[in-house]
Design a protein around this ligand. Structure first.
Ligand SMILES: Cc1ncc(C[n+]2csc(CCOP(=O)(O)OP(=O)(O)O)c2C)c(N)n1
Ligand SMILES: [Mg+2]
Length: 325
């Protein structure tokens, strides 16, 4: 991880965001284990560097489209962790008054166009936002996060073809964690790199180490600048790994098929301690500065857990509000 030439504030900001996502999700997992949460959650643990690096390259008025694995995207966009936690527990104080839950978590005030339970569903939505931006003539950018398996969906190809043809200000981020539920992407896709599909649409396709927030940030900055200049979309593939199963209830034994230590090997590349080590090595910040961030985030997350647990459930009548009829 090359942190040379970066300001301390920026690197500590990356660290804080990744640490906040990790702690948020560890507590989400606890909710599940304690039976406090209805349904399941798809955890982002291990993939934090991607949302962190990409969202650091965005402006407040930009848009993002998210997936079923959306907690990290929202936290990286600066969404309120109290309201997110409350949403996950189905509480009235949540972002969608508890109607969205983990999988449909969103924060309109942060330019989030929604998390999607439909694989590949966010890609045309975000592309539509990019079309609106172009139509209105502003210089905003729309970013679509997606999993590796959405790249075999029609929505992926139809959206990128349109964005390329019309030079839409969109950035497509593939979070290639090697699996779509139990399906190994290497069994169902010929090309080792998914970013090569950009060639078919004559747009830049970039492969980046998704365990390195600085590398992701650099790739995102370039793609976002290109989109803002009106030069069209970029496809960025981030190589990563999800530490947990597909969702909190999945033991994920299928991942031992190729190597018994696949998970452990990836976990050794944890981006959080890796960034800290690189920053300390360069003498850019001190252990104390990292400890202060960890303490502050820990307090914030504990407060969010308490806020969510103490919040009321919505009234039964609210089942009929905010619904399209
Ligand atoms: C259109 C559609 N097909 C299938 C599913 C069932 N499904 C839910 S998540 C998922 C896999 C998603 O894998 P990927 O896109 O790689 O994202 P990841 O979970 O790895 O982050 C599938 C097939 C769905 N929700 N929507
Ligand atoms: Mg995947």
């Amino acid at each position: 991880m090359n942190v040379k030439g970066y300001e301390k504030e920026q690197l500590l900001g990356f660290y804080e965001t990744m640490f906040r996502i990790r702690r948020f999700e560890e507590e989400t997992f606890e909710f599940y284990k304690k039976g406090m949460m209805a349904g399941l959650a798809h955890l982002y643990m291990g993939e934090e560097a991607i949302a962190t690096g990409v969202c650091a390259a965005l402006r407040e008025d930009d848009y993002i489209g998210s997936t079923h694995r959306g907690h990290g995207h929202l936290v990286a966009r600066g969404a309120d962790t109290d309201r997110m936690m409350a949403e996950i527990l189905g509480k009235e104080t949540g972002y969608s008054h508890g109607k969205g839950g983990s999988m449909h978590i969103m924060a309109m005030d942060k330019g989030i166009l929604g998390a999607n339970g439909i694989v590949g569903g966010e890609i045309p939505i975000t592309t539509g936002a990019a079309y609106t931006i172009k139509y209105k003539g502003t210089d905003q950018v729309a970013v679509s996060f997606m999993g590796d398996s959405s790249t075999n969906e029609g929505t992926f190809h139809e959206s990128i073809n349109m964005a390329a043809a019309w030079d839409l200000p969109c950035v497509y981020i593939i979070e290639n964690n090697l699996y779509g539920i139990t399906v190994d992407i290497r069994d169902v896709t010929k090309t080792p790199d998914l970013a090569v599909r950009a060639l078919a649409y004559d747009i830049p396709g970039v492969v980046v180490d998704g365990m390195d927030p600085v590398a992701v940030y650099e790739a995102a900055v370039e793609a976002v600048a290109r989109a803002r200049r009106g030069e069209g979309p970029t496809l960025i593939e981030c190589k990563t790994y999800r530490w947990q199963g597909h969702h909190v209830g999945d033991p994920a034994n299928y991942r031992q098929r190729r190597s018994l230590t696949e998970k452990e090997d990836w976990m050794k590349r944890d981006p959080i301690p890796a960034l800290k080590a690189a920053v300390l090595e360069e003498g850019i910040a001190t252990e104390e500065e990292f400890a202060a961030i960890e303490t502050a985030v820990e307090e914030e997350i504990q407060a969010a857990v308490k806020f969510a647990a103490d919040s009321p459930y919505p009234d039964a009548e609210e089942a009929y509000t905010d619904v399209l009829a």
